[in-house]
Design a protein around this ligand. Structure first.
Ligand code: FAD
Length: 459
């Protein structure tokens, strides 16, 4: 790595944001022979990638093939369209789907991430197992590996923890950024013909939430404070159109303080949710994002997720659940009455909810709430945890084409300007229901991959 001293420099690519999309685009563009400046004023604050589950979907990867899973980008697209309907962002969906298997290979060969396929992580809406992850399977592991790769890449110059004093863009697309004197007393001036904005979403910006996503403005924000929408605002000020602004990734399994979460897999394994009265209120298989709004609509905006020790064991090394358990968010009881008393819900209603779910699991009757299946009846010893509906990450942002080029309101590319990740319009939107698990990192890596190719080719 070159340190961020030095008064002035011209670079091929300026990347604003060292998260999933920014680091990946920087590494790929550098691997294609271009010089990159990667700037992040919050370098030392954990970003969305770092707090994420780190599960990356890819359809048709060689790791799936090796595990005997037959899948194609088209199959993933079909699942996305079935799940998200006409809210799919068709400008980018196909290019991202096709980019992901190669992007995953580059995560391993070009970024030093030991990528592995997770055949046993069930995800609502995905017809086959598609998730890949680092080791351990967490966003933090992925983040740390990418940071190490960035710092080791001689073509990437990092400007860290320094807020820009001035950012300007010429009509030809050239962007100049000035940083005031750093700790060493040296100011810095960067000039770039191409710029990728990758500063994440706007979940931590109350004004933008009030304007674009009022339904989630009061929800717990499960993402980091770095999601201030600043690079979306920058691209907008430069003429970029905004799209999908009411789309979001919800998190229906977040513990009420927003610090820990249970992960999305419990309902697929057989968990149920009840409200404060002990009654089920939703078909739990809607997916973790759509679930958020249902939980928020419950009395107090909370629900009790009920499962058992066997389901807990099936989660294995799942890092998000392990953190919630270690933080004391999981109740354990040997019988329904004790569980109900620990949770403060009526025992009779909870018992009835468990009996009803068991009847569905045994095929005795269909679920009155429409749940497709209950994998198995819950048995003692029980587990339960209070959850709320949180906003994980916003999905709206700058409208791009499939190569990450930012488009204006007339759909014309703005010269030299690219976006990816939370700063760019996501794969699907309109509320939380269109977020197919994995859409966030799929778009961040897939669109960054495409943008890097276009940038390196001089497009
Ligand atoms: C709790 C949680 C769990 C998740 N789990 C998953 C999952 O398992 N799978 C999945 O696909 N998705 C998941 N997501 C979503 C996924 O993490 C995001 O979609 C993805 O990280 C977005 O990448 P990004 O690069 O846009 O944002 P980030 O990773 O947040 O990176 C943005 C970077 O830009 C920086 N920045 C901000 N403003 C500026 C500025 N003005 N100039 C320069 N830099 C700036 C920030 O400091 C940050 O480092 C999860 C999200 C959350 C909150």
């Amino acid at each position: 790595m070159k340190p961020d001293e030095g008064p002035s420099r011209v670079t091929d690519l300026l990347v604003l944001g060292a998260g999933a999309a920014g680091m990946f685009a920087a590494l790929r563009t550098a691997a294609l022979g271009r010089e990159v400046v990667l700037a992040d004023p919050h370098w030392s604050t954990p970003n969305t990638l770092a707090v994420s589950g780190g599960l990356v979907p890819a359809a048709g990867s060689r790791r799936q093939r090796a595990a005997g899973v037959l899948d194609t980008p088209q199959h993933w697209l079909d699942d996305l369209r079935a799940f998200a309907g006409d809210s799919v962002n068709e400008r980018i969906a196909m290019p991202v789907a096709h980019a992901l298997p190669d992007a995953l290979d580059f995560l391993e060969t070009g970024c030093g991430v030991a990528v592995r396929f997770l055949p046993d992580v069930p995800a609502p809406g995905h017809g086959v197992a598609r998730f890949h992850a680092a080791t351990p399977a967490s966003g933090r592991a992925l983040h740390d590996a990418l940071r190490a790769a960035v710092l080791a890449e001689p073509r990437i110059r990092v400007v860290r923890d320094r807020p820009a004093a001035g950012v300007a863009r010429d009509a030809d697309g050239t962007v100049t950024v000035d940083w005031a004197a750093g700790p060493d007393g040296t100011p810095l001036h960067i000039r770039a013909a191409r710029t990728l904005v990758a500063g994440g979403g706007f979940g931590a910006n109350p004004a933008m939430l009030a304007e674009f996503l009022p339904a989630m403005a009061g929800a717990v924000h499960g993402g980091p404070p770095t999601n201030d929408g600043s690079t979306i605002a920058l691209g907008r000020a430069w003429g970029g159109a905004l799209g999908g602004m009411d789309g979001y990734q919800g998190q229906g399994h977040s513990n009420p303080d927003g610090r820990t979460r249970l992960g999305m897999s419990l309902p697929s394994l057989g968990a149920i949710l009840v409200d404060r009265t002990g009654r089920r209120f939703v078909r739990e298989d809607v997916g973790p994002s759509e679930l958020a709004a249902h939980v928020l609509a419950c009395p107090g905006g909370v629900a009790l997720e009920v499962f058992d020790a066997r389901l807990e064991a099936a989660l294995g090394e799942h890092s998000a659940y392990a953190e919630a358990r270690a933080a004391g968010r999981v109740l354990a009881a040997d019988d329904v009455a004790t569980l109900a008393s620990f949770a403060g819900v009526p025992a009779a209603a909870l018992r009835e909810a468990l009996d009803d779910a068991a009847a569905v699991a045994h095929g005795v009757r269909a679920d009155p709430l429409g749940r497709a299946r209950v994998a198995r009846p819950l048995e003692p010893p029980y587990r339960a945890s209070w959850v709320t509906g949180a906003l994980a990450h916003t999905q709206g942002g700058l409208v791009t084409d499939g190569e990450g080029r930012v488009l204006d309101a007339a759909e014309r590319p703005l010269p030299g300007l690219y976006a990816a990740g939370g700063a760019a319009a996501g794969l699907a939107g309109r509320g939380g229901a269109g977020y197919l698990p994995g859409n966030g990192l799929a778009q961040a890596f897939g669109l960054a991959w495409r943008a890097a190719a276009a940038i390196a080719a001089g497009d």
